[in-house]
Design a protein. Structure first.
Length: 181
């Protein structure tokens, strides 16, 4: 099991996904999976960057999740991804003690840790969850499960913030993973 530690991350500016990391030199299953997580990290970074208290309280409907509840769900999904891939990223605080900013930072650190773990592996079969000698959860379910769900909910945050009057930075280029100056 790979252990990744975020040292003093709360005191440092977290800009892991201000821009998407450079493309891998080769196409492999693990580099493609890692890139999916990096794309998610980039989108999450910008969907959550500069959210206000008004944005965090916004709900599309009374029965739906607020933006803050969606951020919390994304944090939970990031931890599920870590557990399913046996990736350890130091959690800076218990969830119930986290502010929005701390939860956002931890979620970004979780995405970065997962991406790094995927990049460092040579085979996605390393991430199949085996229980009692039998395949319990293949990596495929990670793609259509928590990764796809996290991309979906990140898009919801971008939509919610637009609806609450604080649209995402128009200089973001999701295609290139950069910010225009």
């Amino acid at each position: 099991m790979m252990v990744l530690f975020a040292t003093n991350a709360m005191s440092q500016k977290n800009d892991h996904y201000y821009n998407i990391p450079p493309v891998p030199k080769t196409y492999t299953a693990t580099s493609v999976a890692s890139r999916m997580v990096d794309g998610l990290g980039f989108r999450y970074y910008w969907a959550t960057n500069g959210l206000t208290e008004k944005d965090l309280k916004y709900k599309l409907t009374e029965k739906g999740r607020s933006t803050q509840e969606t951020v919390s769900h994304l944090y939970d999904l990031s931890n599920m991804m870590l557990r399913l891939t046996k990736t350890t990223v130091q959690q800076l605080k218990p969830k119930k003690e986290m502010s929005f900013s701390e939860m956002r930072t931890q979620t970004l650190l979780n995405f970065k840790g997962l991406s790094d773990r995927l990049k460092s592996s040579s085979d996605l079969k390393d991430f199949d969850l085996v229980k009692d000698g039998k395949l319990a959860v293949p990596f495929w379910k990670m793609i259509n499960g928590p990764i796809a769900d996290a991309i979906w909910h990140t898009g919801q945050i971008a939509s919610f913030r637009r609806a609450s009057g604080n649209p995402i930075n128009p200089k973001i280029n999701h295609f290139s993973g950069t910010v225009r100056e």
